[in-house]
Design a protein around this ligand. Structure first.
Ligand code: SF4
Ligand code: SF4
Length: 176
């Protein structure tokens, strides 16, 4: 969650904290010494370094350690927020996209449980790949989930965060 002038839309969203797109967020060693005593564990992930796991333990509808959140959270802007900052879109449009994403996620969760071991995006992507590899009968049975899952992933890629195959944290998308 960011703190720019358009950050109020984040209060209706929280998708970058709750594990919808990403598995981890990068932190520094210095930040780890602040976060761990606050009850937010920092792990060393092979090949990535220090990370907090998402969904973030300190997300409870909003950030509960807002003043102490790490730089990656202060600086992160999804595509929607960047467009809002550059006045390419209005706040009303951003809120509509957030509500749509929430609605698609809620519908998918009735079929694809959020195990919280990987981002929900990955959960949906793996389920969709499974449907696509299935028999014609299986694909027919899951046609609605395939359609909603594809819409969910496209919406994330277009409006929120471009998911590369191995994207698992916010590092590459943090604004300079
Ligand atoms: S995904 Fe974007 S709009 Fe949503 S909380 Fe994160 S930065 Fe804000
Ligand atoms: S520390 Fe706060 S802003 Fe950062 S991921 Fe956790 S809840 Fe979100």
């Amino acid at each position: 969650m960011t703190a720019n002038s358009n950050g109020s839309v984040c209060l209706d969203c929280g998708m970058c904290c709750n594990g919808t797109f990403l598995d981890y967020a990068a932190v520094t060693g210095e930040e780890a010494t602040v976060l761990e005593p606050l009850g937010l564990p920092v792990k060393v992930i092979d090949g990535l370094g220090l990370r907090i796991q998402l969904p973030c333990r300190k997300f409870d509808g909003c950030c509960t350690i807002y003043a102490d959140r790490p730089a990656v959270c202060r600086n992160f802007q999804c595509r929607l927020l960047k467009s809002l900052d550059k006045r390419r879109i209005e706040a009303g449009y951003a809120l509509q996209r957030i509500q749509l994403l929430k609605a698609l996620k809620a519908e998918l969760q009735q079929v694809i449980p959020d195990q919280k071991e990987k981002s929900y995006f990955r959960e949906v992507r793996d389920f969709v790949l499974d449907i696509e590899k299935g028999s014609p009968e299986y694909r027919r049975e899951h046609a609605k989930t395939l359609m909603i899952g594809t819409r969910f992933m496209n919406l994330i890629n277009e409006d929120f965060f471009h998911m590369q195959d191995d994207a698992d944290d916010r590092t590459e998308s943090v604004s300079p």
